[in-house]
Design a protein around this ligand. Structure first.
Ligand SMILES: C[S@@+](CC[C@H](N)C(=O)[O-])C[C@H]1O[C@@H](n2cnc3c(N)ncnc32)[C@H](O)[C@@H]1O
Length: 233
C-alpha cells in the first residue's frame, strides 16, 4: 500500500501538464487518478527500451509516465473508448515514442506480428472487463508476444481482500453504471486465483499491493518461465 503523495514529483507535473486543456471534470479526474495510482512506480518495473504495449490505456497517464521517463521505449497505447483515446492523443501529440489508437485490447495482443518482439505489456485495471475465457486467451497471446526477458505487468483487484475489495467493486460499478467506462461485466478473481491463472499460463510472477487507501489493487510482475523462453527461441 502506498501513502497518498502530498506533492507531485517532477514526472507527475510533466504528465499532468500535458492535459492542461482538459475540461473541468476530466481535469479533476486525471489529477485524482494520478494521485491514487502509483504510475511512476509501475513504470519502473518495465524494460527501459523496446516495444511496450499499454492495453486499456484510458487517458494515457501510464503511457506518458513510461514514455517521458525513458524515451527509448516505443509505446503503443490502445483503448476502445474513442473519447479517451482523443484526450490521450492530444496529450502525446508531440512525442515520437508514443502512439495511441482506438481498438480492442484482445485483438491487439492477438496480432501475430508481435510474436517474440514485445519487451513489455501492461494492462492496468482492465483485465477484469474480460470474461474468464478471454482472460485465459489474453495471457496466451501475451506469452507469445513477449520477447525473452520481457515483462507482463497486470494491476487488478484481489477479490479476497474483504472490505477494500467491496470499495473497488463499488467504484467499478459506479464508473460502468454511469457509462464513464464502457464494459459489459466485471470478472474479478481472488489473489490465489490470479496467481493460479498466471502460473497455468506459463508465467513466473511476483505480486505486491499496488494501491492507495481505500483500494485493494495488486500488481503482478510476470516473466516467461524458463521453459517458455526456450520454446520461443
Ligand atoms: C479503469 S480504466 C484504466 C485506464 C488505464 N489503464 C489507467 O490505469 O489509467 C480501464 C480502461 O480499459 C478500457 N477497456 C476496457 N475493456 C477494453 C477492451 N476490451 N479493449 C480496449 N480497451 C478496453 C476502458 O475503456 C478504460 O479506458
Amino acid at each position: 500500500m502506498y501513502g497518498l503523495p502530498l506533492s507531485l514529483t517532477t514526472l507527475g507535473s510533466q504528465v499532468l501538464g500535458r492535459y492542461a486543456g482538459a475540461s473541468g471534470i476530466s481535469g479533476l479526474f486525471l489529477v485524482a487518478r494520478w494521485r491514487w495510482t502509483p504510475y511512476q512506480q509501475i513504470a519502473s518495473y518495465l524494460p527501459t527500451h523496446g516495444n511496450i504495449l499499454d492495453l486499456g490505456c484510458g487517458h494515457g497517464l501510464l503511457s506518458l509516465a513510461m514514455g517521458l521517463s525513458e524515451p527509448t521505449r516505443t509505446i503503443l497505447a490502445i483503448d476502445h473508448e474513442p473519447w479517451r483515446v482523443a484526450v490521450a492523443q492530444k496529450a502525446v501529440s508531440d512525442l515520437a515514442n508514443i502512439a495511441v489508437e482506438t481498438g480492442s485490447l484482445l485483438d491487439t495482443i492477438a496480432a501475430e506480428h508481435w510474436h517474440g518482439t514485445v519487451a513489455g505489456i501492461v494492462i492496468i485495471d482492465a483485465i477484469h472487463y474480460l470474461t474468464p475465457d478471454e482472460q485465459v486467451a489474453f495471457l496466451d497471446h501475451a506469452r507469445k508476444a513477449l520477447m525473452p526477458g520481457g515483462v507482463l505487468l497486470i494491476r487488478d483487484v484481489d477479490a479476497s481482500a474483504g472490505k477494500t475489495f467491496f470499495i473497488n467493486r463499488l467504484y467499478e460499478k459506479m464508473m460502468t453504471g454511469l457509462g464513464f467506462t464502457m464494459a459489459k461485466d466485471l470478472h474479478f478473481r481472488s489473489l490465489a486465483e490470479w496467481l493460479n491463472l498466471l502460473e497455468k499460463a506459463g508465467f513466473d510472477c511476483t505480486t505486491e499491493p499496488c494501491c492507495r487507501f481505500p483500494f485493494a489493487d495488486r500488481l503482478f510482475v510476470c516473466r516467461l518461465r524458463a521453459a517458455q523462453t526456450a520454446l520461443a527461441a
